[in-house]
Design a protein around this ligand. Structure first.
Ligand code: GLA
Length: 437
């Protein structure tokens, strides 16, 4: 009873606000500018309308554009993108929304984040460098990428809103970068071609946020297609859109809400150690490593390096096997690949943590009879989310059961409470031109 009443009051409040607000009524239609596919219904539309209203309130004018970029989960292919491997992300219905309009002051960029409740101002004529607070670096880095390519940017006001939980392995940073790039493309009239946009965003993350990430997140946020997983070959950067059977399957996302301190430093260490293994073996990357070559390298690699390399070789194979099983509707085997991937990330690559392992174990216990086909951690690890491949009709029961059990069993432990949702696939980034009429 409480929920419908709250919704009713919420809608009435919003309608009242619209009617009384001087600017809202002028924005009555929107035109999709780039990536002109159908918008995901529901959350995208309400998020877009909300960011428009918040922009108007803050800057006292209508936005010219709204840039929208999704978050993502990675179904399989953990920690192989920076080894030029094979990954299978899917964009999900959690988004970054940025409303933007040309500002009155030429050469000045004013950015406000709703989530952080902070603003910053950049003089586009001055050299750009990383600065505090840290969230601003994702925007600064992308602006720098445009300027360093000689793209002229007008003075601009931007307002950022997001429905992607941050630090949870759902790529809130890549989403912010790609959404920023979308606004800058729209404002400058210069569209980045081919892979240049995700590459520019990855470079921003390397140089401004100091995270040596691979290319998976920025590519999936840019190129995802609704109802598809994106099979990305990180060696030649080719993409295959693989259908996800939405009629029968769903993805449950359980957020442990845990983020262990060492996640960033350990990530960089894993990347470094993979690069040093390839150097030792005289390979360009671990993608070139075969089982034979790995067998022969026993004397050359220490035990830990051997395990890391083993994970990468097998994980690349698993990605292809998972795709094969999904294409053949062999969901049981597909699910097994997820469990195996998690075990390898836990034991060989060592990027999991107790909370993620507990959630994956819980998924196994619910098992096939409860509708769970497989589960694994997603993202960089050391906290964040676990994804579960589930039968669609049992998906919300699975989320409630796993979350309730986990929170009950952790009631006496000082750990955050988990939350979960059934993720729907989403379209890649898009920019909408706001029409005044
Ligand atoms: C983070 C990085 C990605 C990828 C994953 C692990 O999400 O940003 O590039 O390396 O971790 O698969």
């Amino acid at each position: 009873m409480l929920l419908p009443v709250t919704l009713l009051l919420g809608c009435w409040g919003f309608a009242h606000f619209l009617f009384n607000h001087p600017f809202c009524l002028t924005i009555c239609s929107v035109i999709v500018l780039m990536n002109a596919d159908i918008l995901n219904k529901g959350c995208v539309e309400s998020g877009r309308d909300a960011v428009i209203a918040k922009f108007e309130k803050r800057f006292n004018c209508n936005p010219d554009f709204v840039s929208i970029a999704p978050g993502r989960v990675n179904l399989i292919g953990g920690h192989v993108d920076y080894n030029r491997g094979l990954v299978l992300p899917m964009a999900v219905d959690r988004h970054t929304f940025i409303a933007g309009a040309k500002g009155e002051e030429a050469g000045i960029l004013t950015v406000h984040s709703i989530r952080e409740n902070e603003s910053f101002v950049v003089d586009l004529a001055c050299p750009m460098s990383p600065a505090q607070p840290n969230w601003t670096n994702y925007v600064r880095g992308v602006v720098h990428g445009f300027l360093s390519r000689g793209i002229e940017l007008p003075g601009l006001n931007m307002l950022i809103d997001s429905t992607i939980p941050s630090g949870s392995g759902l790529s809130s940073s890549a989403s912010l970068e790609v959404a920023t790039a979308g606004i800058l493309e729209a404002a400058s009239g210069v569209m980045l071609k081919g892979n240049e946009k995700p590459k520019l965003c990855q470079q921003a993350e390397h140089e401004f946020a100091n995270v040596p990430c691979g290319i998976m997140d920025q590519f999936s946020v840019t190129f995802a297609k609704r109802e598809h997983m994106l099979l990305l070959d990180c060696r030649d950067e080719s993409i295959e859109q693989v259908a996800f059977d939405h009629e029968h399957l769903a993805l449950a996302v359980i957020n442990s809400q845990v983020r262990h301190e060492l996640s960033q430093s350990e990530y960089a260490m894993r990347r470094e150690s993979c690069e040093s293994i390839s150097t030792t073996l005289g390979l360009e990357s671990l993608r070139e490593l075969t089982w034979n070559r790995l067998e022969q390298s026993r004397g050359q690699l220490d035990e830990l390096s051997f395990l890391r390399a083993e994970h990468v070789v097998r994980e690349n194979e698993r990605t292809l096997e998972f795709v094969h099983y999904m294409k053949n509707a062999d969901w049981f085997q597909a699910g097994e690949m997820l469990y195996q991937s998690h075990a390898s990330l836990r034991e060989k690559f060592q990027v999991s943590c107790a909370e993620l392992d507990e959630l994956v174990d819980a998924a196994r216990q619910v098992g096939l009879t409860g509708g769970v086909l497989g589960a694994r951690m997603t993202g960089a690890g050391f906290g964040g989310c676990v994804i579960m491949l589930v039968e669609r009709e049992k998906a919300s029961d699975v989320v409630s059961k796993i979350v309730e059990d986990y929170n009950r069993s952790g009631a006496t432990l000082s750990r955050p409470r988990a939350s979960g949702f059934v993720a729907e696939s989403a379209e890649g980034a898009q920019v909408i031109k706001c029409a005044v009429g």
